[in-house]
Design a protein. Structure first.
Length: 144
């Protein structure tokens, strides 16, 4: 019987002290800590809190204006430029990173954390999920 609680946590990332405090009360949005060790927010949570969050799109410019469009007020800084351009972002507002499917934006959260940003998260599923769930976009085209 003692092994069961340990087995329930098998494979989950261990939270460091800072992550634990956010896990208990993220404060700025409904986040979850993924198995990959990245804070994530789902599209509905982002849309609900968008007014208080910086939305960082890390796709390439042609993707930003391409068929998937982009989220209103998103700031475009391609992932390859983020380390050099992170100073363009405010440290006073949380940041949600967005890409096509969530992989590059997960990397972006790590880059931002290494640059000293504290309140950062990844949009789960990226623009593909955002669009699939019918959230509003600027630009893009009808994909149906």
């Amino acid at each position: 019987m003692l092994a069961v609680p340990a087995n329930l946590r098998c494979g989950q990332p261990e939270l460091d002290e800072a992550a634990e405090s956010v896990a208990l009360d993220p404060g700025w949005a409904p986040l979850r800590y993924s198995f990959a060790g990245v804070w994530e927010i789902d599209p509905h949570g982002l849309e609900e809190h968008a007014a208080s969050i910086q939305i960082l799109d890390v796709r390439e410019p042609e993707e930003f204006i391409g068929p998937l469009g982009h989220i209103e007020d998103a700031v475009l800084i391609p992932l390859g430029e983020l380390a050099d351009r992170a100073s363009e972002l405010s440290r006073d507002r949380p940041i949600v990173a967005v890409c096509r499917a969530g992989g590059r934006s997960a990397q972006a959260t790590n880059i931002l954390q290494q640059a000293g940003f504290k309140a950062v998260a990844n949009l789960t599923g990226g623009m593909l999920r955002w669009r699939a769930e019918g959230h509003p976009v600027e630009g893009g085209r009808d994909l149906t």
